[in-house]
Design a protein around this ligand. Structure first.
Ligand code: UD1
Length: 371
C-alpha cells in the first residue's frame, strides 16, 4: 500500500477526548495513514478541553473550527458549515466520529453528503429516550455511518434491529478503557485524595450536567437537598460542570452546596485528577454516560440519576444502578452498611480496543479504495 490515507478524528467535547486519544496514538504509528485531529470547539474552556489534551498526550489539534456554544441548531449548523470548508479544501479519505455529542452528528452528516466514508466509534448505544439530544445524535450518526464500531453486544443488536447490515458492524470494545490503562500508573500515583484532605474509600464523587436534571429549578433544588443529606453520611467531592454552575447560580442554589460541611465543590477536573478521585472513591453518583462505564471497569458502585441508560451492560454486568432523587439515599446507605457489590468487566473492555479499531479501519480502507 503506497498511499497514505488521510483520516480525520473529530474531537469536540470533554467525553470525546478520552475516546480519540488511544486511537490517535495507535494510528500515528501506522505507515499507511495520516491521522488529523479536528477540534470543533464545542468545549473550549481550559479545564474542559486543554487539560485533557495535556493529560492524554495529544498534540494541538491540526484544525480548530472554533464553533463554541449555542442552541442545538446553532451549534450543529456551525460545525457543519465550518467542517464542510475543511473537507472541500482538502478531502480526507475517512472521517471517524466518536460518542454522541452535537459535533459527532454534525461532522458525520457533512462528510457523508460529500461521499466521504464515515466510521462511528461507540456505535449502537440506545437509551430509547428521544428527549435526550444525545439519542438523536446517536440514531442519526449510526444511520449514515459506513463502519460501525461497537462496545458491547447490545449495541450490535440495536443496529441490526434498525436494519443496519451485519457486515458493517464490528465489535471492538470500549475505547475509554484504553485511555485509563494508558494512564493508569499516573492516575494511581496522583494522590489527589490527600490534597482534598480525604482518606481513600471514605468519600463519594458526584457529577451532574444533564439538562433534565440541572435545567429545571425544582429538579436541581431536589438534587441539592439530597446531596446535603448524603454529605452527612459520606463526604462528597463535586466537580461542577459549567452548565450546572450557571444553573446553580441562576436558581440561587450554589450557596447551599458551598456552605455544606461535607461537600467540596471544585472546578471541572482534568482526566488524571478526576480518575484519581474516582478510583479511590467509595461511591459515585452521576448522570454522565462515560462514568457509568469507568466505574464498572473499576468495580466502584455507581448510582446514576436517570430513568434510562444507553449503556445497559453497566447494569447487567457492572456496578451501575439507575436510581431516582427519591431513593438514592437508601442506595447510598445500603453500600455504606453492606460494603461493595459484585461486578464483572464486560468482554473486550480490556485496554486493547484501539488496536482492534486500527485493523478494522485498515481493512475497510483497503477494500474501499483498492477494489
Ligand atoms: C455536551 C454534550 C453531552 C456531554 C457533555 C459533557 C451534546 C448535545 N451534549 O453537553 O452529551 O455529556 O457535553 O460535558 O453535545 N460551556 C462552558 N465552557 C465549555 C463548554 C461549555 O462554559 O468549555 C457552557 C456553555 O456555554 C453552555 C453549557 O456549558 O452554556 C453547556 O455546554 P454544551 O457543550 O452546550 O453542552 P453540555 O451540557 O456540556
Amino acid at each position: 500500500m503506497s498511499k497514505k490515507y488521510i483520516i480525520h478524528l473529530v474531537a469536540a467535547a470533554r467525553p470525546n477526548f478520552m475516546k480519540i486519544a488511544p486511537l490517535y496514538h495507535a494510528l500515528v504509528k501506522e505507515p499507511w495513514c495520516l491521522p488529523l485531529i479536528i477540534h470543533t470547539g464545542q468545549h473550549y474552556d481550559a479545564n474542559m478541553s486543554d487539560a485533557f489534551f495535556r493529560d492524554l498526550n495529544l498534540p494541538d489539534p491540526d484544525i480548530h473550527l472554533g464553533v463554541g456554544s449555542g442552541t442545538h441548531a446553532m451549534q450543529t449548523a456551525g460545525v457543519m458549515i465550518e467542517y464542510e470548508k475543511v473537507c472541500l479544501e482538502k478531502r480526507p479519505d475517512m472521517l471517524i466520529v466518536v460518542g454522541d455529542v452535537n459535533s459527532t452528528m454534525a461532522c458525520a452528516i457533512t462528510a457523508k453528503k460529500l461521499c466521504i466514508p464515515v466510521s462511528h466509534l461507540e456505535a449502537g448505544l440506545r437509551s430509547r429516550d428521544r428527549t435526550m439530544p444525545e439519542e438523536i445524535n446517536r440514531i442519526v450518526t449510526d444511520s449514515i455511518s459506513d463502519l460501525l464500531l461497537t462496545p458491547s453486544p447490545d449495541a450490535d443488536e440495536n443496529l441490526i434491529n434498525e436494519g443496519i447490515s451485519k457486515s458493517s458492524i464490528i465489535r471492538v470494545g470500549n475505547i475509554m478503557i484504553d485511555s485509563y490503562e494508558m494512564l493508569r500508573e499516573k492516575i494511581v500515583s496522583r494522590g489527589i485524595t490527600k490534597e482534598f484532605g480525604l482518606s481513600d474509600k471514605e468519600f463519594s464523587v458526584v457529577t451532574f450536567h444533564r439538562p433534565v436534571n440541572v435545567d429545571d429549578a425544582d429538579s436541581l433544588s431536589s438534587i441539592v437537598d439530597v446531596l446535603q443529606k448524603i454529605s452527612r453520611r459520606i463526604k462528597i467531592v463535586f466537580p461542577v460542570h459549567p452548565r450546572t454552575r450557571q444553573r446553580l447560580i441562576e436558581f440561587d442554589l450554589l450557596g447551599r452546596l458551598q456552605f455544606a460541611d461535607g461537600i467540596i465543590l471544585t472546578e471541572p477536573l482534568g482526566y488524571i485528577d478526576f480518575m484519581s478521585l474516582v478510583v479511590n472513591s467509595k461511591i459515585v453518583i452521576t448522570d454522565s454516560g462515560g462514568i457509568q462505564e469507568e466505574t464498572t471497569y473499576l468495580g466502584i458502585p455507581c448510582f446514576t440519576i436517570r430513568e434510562t441508560t444507553e449503556r445497559p451492560v453497566t447494569i447487567t454486568q457492572g456496578t451501575n444502578k439507575l436510581v431516582s432523587i427519591d431513593n438514592v439515599l437508601e442506595h447510598v446507605d445500603s453500600i455504606l452498611n453492606q460494603g461493595d457489590i459484585h461486578s464483572e468487566r464486560p468482554d473486550l473492555w480490556d485496554g486493547f480496543t484501539a488496536g482492534r479499531v486500527v485493523v478494522a479501519l485498515r481493512d475497510y480502507l483497503n477494500n474501499t479504495f483498492n477494489n
